[in-house]
Design a protein around this ligand. Sequence first.
Ligand code: SF4
Length: 370
Amino acid sequence: MKYLEAFRDGGIARTLAEALRREVQPGRAYAFMEFCGGHTHAISRYGVEDLLPPELRLIHGPGCPVCVLPTGRIEQVLRLALDRPVTLCVYGDTLRVPAAGGMSLLKARAMGADVRMIYSAMDALALAQREPVRQVVFFAIGFETTTPPTALVVREAARLGLSNFSVLCCHVLTPPAIRAIAEGGEGGGAALIDGFIGPAHVSTVIGTRPYAPFAAGFRKPVVIAGFEPLDVMQAIRMLVRQVNEGRAEVENEFTRAVTADGNLKAQALMAEVFTLREDFEWRGLGILPRSALRLADAFSGFDAERRFGLEYSPIPDHKGCECAAVLRGVTRARDCRLFGTVCTPETPVGACMVSSEGACAAYYAYGRSR
Ligand code: SF4
């Protein structure tokens, strides 16, 4: 905590806010997207927007691992849990994400499906080792942050020769998602965005280099930021400077954890165990080519989609839910007409109200002034 508190200092935050006020050009509007749900929660929780000059607007992005999984994927894992003799291991956030008709993994468990909440990929592997009569399936989700631990357990399962362990792999990649936002597909608001606050944890793995092509190609500056409020404010200041100076570069505010190259060992591990999917559907961004991972051929024996012959079919969201537009940054959570009435954390209608990184959950828990 000692080291974190230094990045939450109110006095320094006010000094930074004053500096920002001096640097924004009067009459000019600035809009920056915080890609990551962790930033959305930091901004809401610490009231960062209340300190910003009125010329500055923050837009939340699609960087929430649970939120970007489309309803079809939730339905796919539900069918696996309900129709096959498996023990399904999932991270807690996925349990309550609504599928078609308000069904969820939590409800599936109440109906008798063997669904276990786990804290790490290693928990799923340990369960498979402890109970060899069970077919244990790990529902692997998340961006590049959670992908290396999945790779580790797959490699370990191969080393142990486990025949009762497999992975339903829904790991997704950050750069294609930012590119999709920058390109403005699927009704995105790219023209409104002057730059990106880049993700923290993801960048510790992939480094800063992968952002360079679209920063230059789309003339959108990117500043990688840590998850503390002063990190976010400093990143905003760096973005304002880039915009004022007509630059569109990748800069790194989070130098205490992120390097240009990232974690090369983790990258090598991911390259060994996974390969790119041709296409993958994202909630809000549609089908993005080469934006997600599946197990490489050498590890295909651990691929739950192959082992259980799982098919994928897209399924529309609840018709009143605006999650797709919220994830593209074109609608704010509180502008959804279900927000806070029909849809609450106790009665979520969409994924963005369930996840600890969801924009609707952040708005609901802390409010947000703009
Ligand atoms: Fe979806 Fe609920 Fe958010 Fe509306 S408030 S966009 S229904 S999650």
